[in-house]
Design a protein around this ligand. Structure first.
Ligand SMILES: *[C@@H]1O[C@H](CO)[C@@H](O)[C@H](O)[C@H]1NC(C)=O
Length: 457
């Protein structure tokens, strides 16, 4: 598992390179760290009750393995376990999303089953088979998970799941069968459902697609919590207020795509995505406020807004707002579009780039090419990064090869298509300049972090 992972520190050029290191240097390039493949799949497979159940699911078209794509990953580490013993054993659970983008997907959210299969580990539907089973026509929207693109586990073990409510999203027969909803499970208490929230129809457009979520905890009791949800296809940001159990929609110009950045070329596949806001990352809390960083998929710029602005519901009641002075757009740009992004406790943004790489930027610096650094790249292992999380000192990411879902090009049926990768944040950003200093005024509400962000190292 990850604890045995020893990232290789590349030292390219100069100095003496021993013969032992020479082989590793070949794959090193100009990047600082590396990402290790933790799990990989040729095709997704599930924990069917029996081989007969699996076979009948395949025969009936309820399970079409090549249509099931892993998009996001999330990790829960239960730190309560092992606190009494000397060796702090952390119980870890890994979850993935398999959005229902095409027919033949038996479960949209699943837990990786630890076991002895090194590749193509099985997926166990989460929280169970029943909730993931679609019986169209008689579907009970309250008790069914239709399709999940991305999730977020907060540091209190609350598992925030956004169900887009549509079936076969990337197919000609795409259709909405339930309103989009938010489900929150309590991973510390037997996966009990804490909240079910259906977004009101006035906040959902025909084209809406709720693709991503960030969770903003603002007091130590965590009642004062907001979720920010991207509506990538209607170009909106939805704010959910946990305490008051209500939501509102923000319409702002920087959530829209840049049409001249809608063209993508990934591993020889040409694609157009007129996709709006997708990447989200929350900065550290400073003076009781924090920034939400965001960008559209069809964009090479980064934007940000203070979350105290987003939390002021009254400001957004009259449609598209004039964001000047509140919403910001970087003047300089990345080389390539970015999908998802994450933030370290100290305010270092790590973003997934559509040239099969990861980049970093210290948010204390201007967003200019001088301060943007490539920290990892792999044309084979990191095709179409589509999900990313920071947990502890590690970054987890999914490479989904999603480009192949939009073409008729036949992919090699024996090749690995989906990967979950893990890297050590410190190793990845070392010697890039992203890590050069910490802000000293960061407030930390997460007790398990042991005031790490105040360390002066
Ligand atoms: C919220 O926004 C309204 C309208 O712009 C403004 O009058 C009010 O002062 C804001 N409230 C807070 C708490 O900032």
């Amino acid at each position: 598992m990850t604890t045995t992972m020893m990232p290789y520190r590349c030292r390219c050029g100069g100095g003496l390179i021993s013969t032992l290191m020479a082989a590793a240097v070949l794959v090193c390039g100009a990047v600082a760290g590396t990402m290790q493949v933790e799990y990989s799949w040729v095709y997704v497979d599930y924990t069917f009750v029996s081989p007969n159940h699996r076979e009948s699911a395949i025969n009936s078209g309820k399970f079409i393995p090549e249509n099931c794509v892993i998009l996001d990953v999330d990790i829960f580490q239960d730190k309560n376990i092992g606190l009494n013993s000397n060796s702090a054993v952390i119980k870890q659970r890994v979850f993935v999303t398999v959005p229902r983008i095409k027919p033949g997907n038996p479960a949209s959210i699943a837990e990786v089953v630890p076991g002895d299969r090194p590749s193509s580990v099985l997926l166990a539907p989460y929280p169970n088979w029943k909730v993931n089973t679609i019986s169209e026509g008689t579907i009970n929207c309250d008790n069914t998970i239709v399709s999940v693109f991305r999730t977020k586990i907060d540091y209190l073990g609350r598992f925030w799941v956004v169900d887009v409510g549509t079936l076969d999203q990337f197919d000609m027969a795409a259709r909405s069968v339930c309103p989009p909803k938010l489900l929150i499970f309590d991973l510390k208490n037997g996966d009990r459902v804490i909240k079910k929230y259906k977004f009101p129809s006035s906040q959902v457009k025909d084209v809406s697609l709720f693709t991503n979520i960030e969770v903003d905890i603002r007091d130590s009791k965590a009642c004062n919590t907001f979720a920010y949800i991207t509506d990538t296809d209607a170009y909106k940001l939805v704010v959910y207020d946990f305490k008051n159990d209500e939501s509102w929609v923000i319409d702002q110009a920087y959530f829209y795509p840049f049409p001249n950045k809608a063209h993508f070329k990934i591993k020889g596949v040409d694609l157009d995505f007129m996709d709006g806001i997708l990447g989200l990352a929350l900065g550290p809390i400073i003076q009781n406020d924090r920034k939400l960083y965001f960008h559209a998929f069809a964009s090479i710029r980064e934007s940000w807004v203070n979350t105290n602005t987003l939390q002021n519901k009254s400001m957004f009641q009259n449609g598209l707002i004039d964001g000047s002075g509140r919403f910001f757009l970087s003047s300089e740009v990345r080389e390539t579009q970015s999908s998802v992004e994450v933030m370290t406790d100290n305010g270092v943004l790590i973003y997934a780039s559509m040239d099969n790489s990861l980049g970093c930027w210290n948010t204390q610096d201007p967003f200019t090419t001088k301060y943007i650094h490539t920290i990892y790249k792999s044309d084979e292992d990191f095709q179409f990064p589509s999900g990313m999380k920071i947990v502890g000192d590690k970054v987890w990411a999914v490479s989904s090869q999603l480009q192949n879902q939009f073409t008729t090009m036949v992919t090699d049926s024996n090749s690995v298509k989906y990967r979950v990768l893990v890297g050590q944040v410190d190793e990845l950003i070392k010697s890039t300049g992203c890590n050069k200093r910490l802000a000293s005024n960061i407030q930390n509400l997460d007790p398990s972090k042991d005031r790490l962000v105040f360390s002066s190292k």
